[in-house]
Design a protein around this ligand. Structure first.
Ligand SMILES: Nc1nc2c(c(=O)[nH]1)N[C@H]1C(S)=C(S)[C@@H](COP(=O)(O)O)O[C@H]1N2
Ligand SMILES: [Mo]
Length: 196
């Protein structure tokens, strides 16, 4: 099993500007926690890729798992250091896909129509993971079971819980929080919190 250490955890100061460290990972999201039903659940990879594909929950369970050790930064100013996530590295997942050269953005779709967007470059970083476990335990429903995205280098709203679709796009489509005032990119170190 690969163990990836996110670069930011090697910084001398691991807390970005105007963030405070918390001991326990809070729970934060808009709307209800979805109920998981294996018979209707799927993860679709689509958009400007050579061949779209839909994975079942059993497909996800069977895929190679790795670990990512990273720090988490929520735009509401809490940071949770030392988290270990287990799941499918996006770089491993993408070995199965050929993304067309016109693709510039990734739109993540989650349950209840939640979306978030990021440039492909951020999505394909070596520490980006589709997580099934947190700190040695299966993800709890409120933290995103059965599958969530973890993008350690961007504010945590980009780490969509309950993901169902990964869409590669030629153009940017702002996601749920991005349309509601949050920054399009969301780098915690340069405090890309809101649109000014
Ligand atoms: N589907 C979905 N994912 C989401 C959100 C949401 O509202 N819906 N909120 C984001 C925000 S703002 C944060 S801080 C993290 C919180 O994740 P946690 O509850 O596991 O700590 O989830 C992110 N992922
Ligand atoms: Mo957040």
């Amino acid at each position: 099993m690969k163990k990836i250490i996110s670069d930011d955890t090697l910084k001398e100061n691991r807390i970005p500007p105007n963030q405070k460290s918390v001991k326990k990972l809070p729970v934060l999201h808009y709307g209800p926690v979805p109920e998981f039903d294996e018979s209707t659940w799927s993860l679709e990879i689509c958009g400007v890729v050579k061949r779209s594909k839909t994975f079942s929950y059993q497909d996800i369970l069977a895929m190679e798992k790795s670990e990512v050790f990273c720090d988490i930064h929520c735009v509401t100013t809490w940071s949770k250091l030392d988290t270990t996530w287990k799941g499918i590295l996006v770089q491993d997942l993408m070995k199965q896909f050929e993304v067309l050269s016109t693709a510039k953005y990734v739109i993540i779709h989650a349950e209840f129509g939640f979306t978030t967007n990021m440039p492909i470059k951020d999505f394909l970083d070596s520490d980006v993971l589709l997580a099934t476990e947190l700190d040695g335990e299966q993800l709890s429903p409120k933290h995103g079971y059965p599958l969530r995205l973890v993008v350690p280098k961007l504010y945590f709203w980009k780490s969509a819980k309950w993901i169902r679709k990964i869409e590669f796009a030629t153009e940017n489509h702002r996601g749920f929080w991005e349309r509601n005032g949050y920054h399009d990119h969301g780098d915690p170190w340069s405090e890309e919190r809101q649109w000014k």
